[in-house]
Design a protein around this ligand. Sequence first.
Ligand SMILES: [Zn+2]
Ligand SMILES: [Zn+2]
Length: 351
Amino acid sequence: MKTIGYAASAAGAPLSPYAFERRALRPNDVAMEILYCGVCHTDLHMARNDWGWTTYPIVPGHEIVGRVIEVGPEVTRFKAGDAVAVGCMVDSCQRCDQCRKGEEQLCREGITQTYNCPDRMTGDITYGGYSKHVVVREEFVLSVPDGLDLSRAAPLLCAGITTYSPLRTWNVGPGSRVGVIGLGGLGHMAVKLASGLGAHVAVLSRSHDKQADARALGADELLVSTHKEAMVKAGSSFDLIVDTVPVRHDLNPYLPLLDVDGTLVIVGQVGPLEEPITTPLLLGRRRVAGSPIGGIAETGEMLDFCGRKNILPECEMIRMDAINEAFERMERSDVRYRFVIDMSSLPGRAA
Ligand SMILES: [Zn+2]
Ligand SMILES: [Zn+2]
């Protein structure tokens, strides 16, 4: 299937139109027309080879929403016209203990990522959602529940599940005390989802500037992390802190905020942090953990939860040809809170 997308051809190159082929349908494949694709920080890092493992050309995008246009003969759950979504992974071994219990994101053999990853059968590098069409095996395609606004649902597929999964892992519910560090794409979803689950939610921020925004998103309070007295007073007052900061930073101010057996879970930064001081970890049996996206079943559960509660990301819709400017604005944190590409702005047709 001929299609068109936007690709970067080298680390310093802007994204530009790129014509390529999607694979012919395998028996268990679903072909979809992409309507919307969210813009994740990972897209920017990968397009620029910030982590050193990018293969060019790269077509980023792993927050994908669209409609089924065709299915392979063995597909049972989808038919043409269905509203569907694809997130950060498009395949896994399907046999290991983690895959069997629905934690495909932890597959022992490693997941096949939606872009910049070798296909398990052909070895071809996967291309992501900054394109008109995508072909994905049925097991990694999700139904979008009725009533969930398709134009705003895309960021749920990475930012949503990345923050929902740790909330569920650590049993957040009514009575839980949850802190959220960072109020970007992930952080704003952590606030909405934790609040939707019934938790008391505090945004941890370096200044008062985000007070009104935090409230509007559903937070109960904003704790200013540079305010010494307030931080001392907030000691041992959180069960879970979701740390969404996507760059190197210092955990030490936050660890004493956790209650005994509390957990700070890192979902943003991939790479080094400032050196941690272990004293508060030992004294309070506190933990620092990490968490990657979530399994397919849990992603479906999250979509249903958002449908029921009408929880949607705050999005700024852009045209495909505005992506390079959007990357620059993301680097300055100049977005509230997620860019979503309207794929109808992408010219070109499939054969
Ligand atoms: Zn992402
Ligand atoms: Zn597996």
